[in-house]
Design a protein around this ligand. Structure first.
Ligand code: C2O
Length: 508
């Protein structure tokens, strides 16, 4: 199936998913946004919490949904296989409880993706060979189809049903590999009610933007003339001068159960699309998110990290054109181990697989608004993790470096949700920007779209033992090293609360 099967569960359910690898590549599956409390072995990132599932073998992921409601998703977490291996996870309220909004008559997952007329693994390999940027995709997709603006897709365009006179819930997921996307529907404004499986204070908007990895739940009212309306996804070009596909993927919103049958017009109504570079709209949209209720956020912090996110150029080894693209956090370009996972290496005390010296700030402070000295463009390589004492209260300032180009980076943390206290442009300035923190009802997310040329401040409590990767969810950037990992442990009791590794855990 493409997209893959939808998992429908309730908050509180335990899932047992047997993954059988029937393809010719190694693969792992990640349950994006699932907190995986004490079950780090089921998280899925290749060489972080497990070795890959080899062709012909299998691995059973077992985990429980604890306190999360809304929409998450699952995807391959090996090289670029998630280009085609992904699906939705719909988490309904706990048995016996209900939504904090009127019960929708119909709920539909909408997965936005990217399509290459090529094997995405080959696209990645070619870019690594040349050191240049990989080819951009040939189309965006909605539930696997580019839509009827493309001849190849005209018969199979996704149809999203809607009930006249009823409230409908759309669960929108950006599964694209490398592209933040705008999403809109003609004549049907959205009421946003959730994001990343947390409820938010409802707000209305006609367009939403999702960075890769993010999900947004919206209500739409079936109050228009029963007919057919275009649903559209287009690129948000969040980096200057970066190549992107400026085409539009479409699906059709089609009224069901209408008093009289929907008219099959040849031309459904087209929505007004934002400009591809409408950063002002994106900024206003992301500032609208508030947690539904007041939250209990740590007011004091034990760990105060400043982490740069950005690109670089590497002359060592040089690409055919002299340099190759790279990327880093705090000037460290993350290298995955090849022969064991970080978590296994930790548990078995295997030396030499990783070091715990990921720096809590960049080696030098500089001006992050451009014109960065070329000597700062070349990161070092390393498998460096940052150790967090179990239970510590952590703040991370994520700062785009604007090296090579300013770009919106969707930064995703495994094993945790975090509060986004504030976002802004330019250099984060603690003296001024700390005053802007929302400590009352900040949104709880697993992926923060750090503004291009700007910063975001996140906070969480390290209450989940394990090895947790934090990375840019643009796959091209993770391939270039835009990642690090947190080791959350209790120094005395050696992660006594982490469950033992499953017997079928793949070994390298
Ligand atoms: Cu959705 Cu590490 O990824």
């Amino acid at each position: 199936m493409f997209p893959g099967p939808t998992l429908e569960v309730n908050n509180g359910d335990t899932l047992v998913v047997n993954v059988v690898n029937q393809i010719k590549y190694n693969i792992t599956i990640h349950w994006h946004g699932v907190r995986q409390m004490r079950t780090a072995w089921a998280d899925g990132p290749e060489f972080v919490t497990q070795c890959p599932v080899k062709p012909g073998s299998s691995y059973t992921y077992k985990f429980t949904i604890e306190g999360q409601e809304g929409t998450l998703w699952w995807h391959a977490h090996s090289t670029w296989l998630r280009a085609t291996v992904y699906g939705a996870i719909l988490i309904y309220p706990k048995e016996g409880s209900s939504y904090p909004f009127p019960k929708p008559r119909r709920e539909t997952p909408i997965l936005l993706g990217e399509w290459w007329d090529a094997n995405p693994i080959d696209v990645l390999r070619e870019s690594i060979r040349t050191g240049g940027a990989p080819n951009i995709s040939d189309a965006y997709t909605i539930n696997g189809q580019p839509g009827d603006l493309y001849n190849c897709s005209s018969k199979e365009t996704a149809i999203i049903p809607i009930d006249a006179g009823e409230t409908n819930l759309l669960r929108v997921i950006n599964a694209a590999l490398n592209q933040p996307l705008f999403f809109t529907i003609a004549n049907h404004p959205f009421t946003v009610v959730g994001a990343d499986a947390s409820y938010v204070k409802p707000f209305t908007t006609t367009v939403i933007m999702l960075g890769p990895g993010q999900t947004t739940d919206v209500l739409i009212a079936g109050n228009q003339i029963p007919s057919r309306y275009y649903i559209a996804a287009t690129a948000y070009q969040s980096a200057q001068n970066a190549a992107f596909d400026n085409s539009t993927a479409t699906a059709i919103l089609e009224y069901k159960a209408a008093p009289c049958p929907a008219k099959k017009q040849s031309n459904p109504i087209m929505p007004i699309l934002p400009a591809f570079n409408d950063t002002a709209a994106v900024t206003a949209f992301s500032a609208s998110f508030r947690s539904l209720k007041e939250v209990n956020i740590p007011k004091e912090i034990d760990e105060d990290l400043f982490v740069t996110v950005g690109l670089g150029l590497n002359d060592c080894p040089p690409g055919p054109n002299g340099t190759r693209f790279t990327s880093s956090m705090n000037n460290v370009s993350f290298v995955l181990p090849q022969t064991t996972s970080l978590l296994q290496a930790y548990q078995t005390d295997t030396p030499g697989v990783f070091t715990t010296d990921f720096p809590d700030r960049p080696p030098v402070r500089f001006d992050y608004t451009g014109n960065v000295d070329r000597s700062l463009w070349q990161p070092i390589q390393g498998t460096k993790v940052y150790r967090l004492e179990y239970g510590s209260r952590v703040q991370v300032v994520l700062q785009d470096t604007s090296i090579v180009t300013a770009e919106n980076h969707p930064i995703h943390l495994h094993g945790y949700d975090f509060y986004i206290l504030a976002e802004g442009f330019g250099n984060f300035d603690p003296d001024v920007d700390t005053g802007k923190f929302n400590l009352v009802d900040p949104p709880l997310r697993n992926t923060a779209a750090v503004p291009a040329g700007g910063w975001a401040v996140i906070r969480f409590v390290a209450d989940n033992p394990g090895m947790w990767i934090m990375h840019c969810h643009l796959d091209v950037h993770i391939s270039w090293g835009l990642a690090m990992a947190f080791l959350v442990e209790d120094g005395n009791e050696v992660m006594q609360t982490l469950e033992a590794p499953p017997l079928d855990l793949p070994v390298c």
